[in-house]
Ligand binder design. Structure first.
Ligand code: ZN
Length: 151
């Protein structure tokens, strides 16, 4: 089998931030990298899970909701995938910044956390999710989206 494109990225040099991972027609896949791969402790699953619920809720209620295809965690627990349709990089970066700010300041009940709505509804951690999001607000403040460097 062929090695898929995302495995061809040199993960030993990736920094935190947002990367264009691939483009399929009008759909762009962004990697939101929140940990230095293989160089830092990965995120806790409960915090990842809470970020997933809050980010998706925010993006799907934003003015760009019709262009949001998917938001979900990377199995390696160092970041998230964000897929959008027909949006330019600057718009997506601003949307990501706004989503993390929303999470960092979030108070109250996490959306979608009943047994009916979620596959593991007790596995959430709002305080850690807020700290993770606050870190990304700081990192993304001076950031511009980079293209992945393929090996
Ligand atoms: Zn869930």
């Amino acid at each position: 089998m062929e090695r898929i494109a995302s495995f061809c990225v040199d993960h030993t040099i990736l920094e935190k931030g947002v990367y264009v991972s691939r483009i399929d027609g009008d759909v762009t896949t962004y990697d939101i990298r929140m940990r230095l791969p293989n160089r830092e402790k990965v995120m806790d699953n409960a915090a990842i899970h809470t970020i997933e619920h809050l980010f998706a809720t925010f993006a799907r209620n934003s003015e760009y909701k019709d262009s949001v295809i998917y938001f979900g965690p990377m199995g390696c627990r160092t970041g998230f995938y964000f897929l959008t349709r027909s949006l330019d990089n600057q718009t997506v970066l601003d949307l990501i910044r706004a989503a993390f700010k929303f999470i960092a300041e979030y108070e109250g009940e996490i959306p979608g956390t009943t047994a009916k709505e979620c596959g593991n509804y007790l596995d959430h951690d709002l305080e850690t999710a807020k700290a993770e999001a606050a870190q990304m607000v700081t990192i993304l403040k001076p950031f511009t989206i980079k293209n992945m460097t393929y090996l």
